[in-house]
Ligand binder design. Sequence first.
Ligand SMILES: [Zn+2]
Ligand SMILES: [Zn+2]
Length: 213
Amino acid sequence: MFIHFEVVEPFAENSWLIGCRRTGRAALIDPGGRVPELLARATAEELQVEQILLTHAHIDHISGVAEAVEATAAPVALHADDLPLYEALEQQAQMFGLDARKPPAPEHELVKGQGIHIGDLQAQVLHVPGHSPGHVAFWFADRRLVISGDVLFAGSIGRTDLPGGSHVTLMDSIRRVLLPLGDDVRVLTGHGPETTVGQEREHNPFLTGLAGL
Ligand SMILES: [Zn+2]
Ligand SMILES: [Zn+2]
C-alpha cells in the first residue's frame, strides 16, 4: 500500500494519494488542492489515479476536485447527504473569501457498508455524520488503517458549528463507529498528524471527558 499526502493551505488540509503497489491503481482522497503535486507523485510511483473519493464536501476537501477530474477523468464518489454542500461550493468559497472552481457532479454515491477497491486494496465505507451529514471514513480493515476526514483528530474532534453539523451526532459516530475499530488502528486525519484509536481513546480530552472542564 502506497500512502502519500500533501498539506493544502489555507486550511492545512491533508490530501491523500493512496495506491496499490502490485496493480498500479490509485485513488485521490479529499483532493483539496496541490493536485499537480499529487499527480506528479503518482506518476513517479507509476500509479494511475482512477477514482476520487471524498470523506465529505467542505471546501477544503473538494477545492481541487475540478482540477483532478480534468487531469485524470476519474469519477468522483461522495455520500448523498453531502451533495447539498458539494453543490454549494461557490457559496462556501464566498464565506471564506476564496475562489473555487465548480467540480462536476459525483458519478458514484458512497453508501454505508459499501466496499471500495483500489487495485488489491480493500476498504469499507463507514458513515460517520456529525461534522457534516454525509461524512464517511474509509476503513482498510486488513491494513488496520482508517482515513477519517474531519471526525477525529490527534487531541481534538471535528467542528460542528457549520451548517448540518451536530456535536451529539459526531460524538455518537466516534464512540459507535470509530472507537470499536480497535486501539491499534492508525487514524489518518483530515488535518494535522496521524494518530491511533488507542491514543485518542486514552488522551483525547473530548473522549476522556476533560474538554469543557
Ligand atoms: Zn470539514
Ligand atoms: Zn477539513
